[in-house]
Every structure is written in structure tokens, then in C-alpha cells.
Ligand binder design. Structure first.
Ligand SMILES: *[C@@H]1O[C@H](CO)[C@@H](O)[C@H](O)[C@H]1NC(C)=O
Length: 242
């Protein structure tokens, strides 16, 4: 069935490209090589230490009090870490299916003296511990393979490309429980459009007032001081840029 469907798609593509050749001047732009969503927003959480209590758990210690986020240009902002790293049902960045930020891919960079390294991870179920200011995630270590990544053009993709060229930060493809890394930053790739369904369930993201499409992230009563810019309504975050 799948093969049949692929064949139909292929035939359709051949037909479409044939039609295009007849009208080269009016040809639509070719479809992008990837149908993956573009990583058009990056969240960054930094910490003094990262450890791996098990091969599927990442613990960040001495974590920054805010998560930063960046988009194209000078779009940037901050979100309080306890709000950002809350994976409980109903929390700000948790969808109705229980997934936090759609189970994003991320790179954990560490800078332990001359021993820089990076690990590609898929992140789930963040848990912020107020008592000792740690954040733990359930993780899956990802291979250095573009096809394993959820988004295109993100920090994770760049790392995979560099790895293939033997440049950049060395990539670790497995974590040993008990490993401790220092001076770490977690770069999380996201696509804004795919966060829309989460935003729609959070009334204070300002959905419907100023709209995702109009002001980018929606206006928020938290952030009237920042106007209706890109970052102003990112849940309980604040930022700037249009
Ligand atoms: C996480 O979110 C839940 C649901 O909104 C809330 O009850 C809980 O207090 C939050 N936890 C933290 C640490 O903010």
C-alpha cells in the first residue's frame, strides 16, 4: 500500500515537473528538499553542571534562573526557568497530549576546560526542583544523522553537519551514567508554527487578542511595556523584536 502511494506521489511529481518544463518562466519555486519544520526559534538554558543519573536522565545543576529564546534577527526574550521547565500537565509549555514543547531536539554543549563536547538529545518531561534548583529531563541520545532530527536548519542540524565535516565541537554519541559535565548550555530547536496548538490552549498567551500572526507571539498582559513585539507574549516570557 505504501509503495503504491509512493508510486502515485512520484508519478504526480513527474507530471508536475513535466508541466513546469513547459512553462519555465512561470514555474513555481521547487519544493524544498526537506518537509521538516524549520527551527525558527531556539531556547537556551545554561547551568553550572550537567550529570546523567542514568543513561536516560539529564540533570542540570545551578541552572540559570531564566531560559532565553532567540529567533531570526534580534528577536529574543526570557522566560522564568520554573515556568519554562515545568513538564506537568497543564503547565505553560505542555500540550494537551502531555508533551512538553513537542518533545524537542537539543544540543547540550559543555565547556570543561579544553575538553569541549556536545551531545544531541531529545528532551521530555522536564522537572524543576525548587529545593535544590535543578532541572531534570528524560532524554534520548540521538545519532549524528539529519534524518533523526525533528527540525531543519537548527542548532542540532548544524552540529550534525559539522560532525560530518570533522569540524566543530566533538560529538558524544552515548552518555555514561555518572558523567558530570561543567559549564553547560542546552540549545533547544523549535518551530513556532508547531507550538501553535499549545498556545491555543493557554489563554494568557494572548491568542485571539493580538493574534499569533499579527504580533508574532501574541500580546500579553504580563508584558505591556514591551509593546506588541515578537517576544512580548511568549506565555509568561518577555522579550523584544518585531
Ligand atoms: C507546574 O505547573 C503546574 C500546572 O500548571 C502547577 O500546578 C505547578 O505549580 C507548576 N510547578 C512549578 C514548579 O511552577
Amino acid at each position: 500500500m505504501k509503495t503504491f502511494a509512493s508510486a502515485v506521489v512520484l508519478l504526480a511529481l513527474i507530471a508536475a515537473s513535466g508541466a513546469r518544463e513547459l512553462q519555465p518562466n512561470y514555474a513555481p519555486a521547487p519544493a524544498p528538499a526537506t518537509s521538516k519544520p524549520i527551527a525558527d526559534i531556539v531556547f537556551v538554558l545554561s547551568a553550572e553542571k550537567a550529570s546523567f543519573p542514568s543513561s536516560s536522565t539529564l540533570e542540570l545543576k545551578g541552572v540559570s534562573t531564566t531560559a532565553q529564546y532567540y529567533g531570526a534577527g534580534a528577536r529574543a526574550g526570557l522566560i522564568s526557568t520554573p515556568i519554562f521547565a515545568n513538564g506537568s500537565a497543564g503547565a505553560e509549555y505542555v500540550a494537551s497530549n502531555g508533551e512538553w514543547l513537542n518533545v524537542p531536539d537539543a544540543v547540550l554543549f559543555s565547556n570543561s576546560g579544553s575538553n569541549n563536547q556536545a551531545i544531541l538529545l531529545s528532551l521530555q518531561n522536564p522537572l524543576y526542583n525548587e529545593d535544590d534548583k535543578t532541572v531534570t529531563f528524560t532524554i534520548t541520545v540521538l545519532p549524528a544523522d539529519e534524518s533523526a532530527l525533528k527540525t531543519a536548519h537548527g542548532v542540532t542540524n548544524e552540529l550534525v553537519l559539522e560532525h560530518a565535516d570533522n569540524v566543530g565541537t566533538p560529538l558524544t554519541d552515548a552518555v555514561k551514567p555518572g558523567t558530570v559535565l561543567t559549564d553547560v548550555a542546552l540549545f533547544i530547536d523549535e518551530n513556532r508554527e508547531s507550538l501553535k496548538p499549545i498556545a491555543e490552549t493557554k489563554y494568557h498567551w494572548g491568542w485571539g487578542n493580538s493574534g499569533w500572526g499579527n504580533s508574532g507571539w501574541g500580546g500579553s498582559s504580563y508584558n505591556s511595556g514591551w509593546g506588541s513585539g515578537w517576544g512580548s507574549g511568549w506565555g509568561s516570557g518577555y522579550g523584544w523584536g518585531k
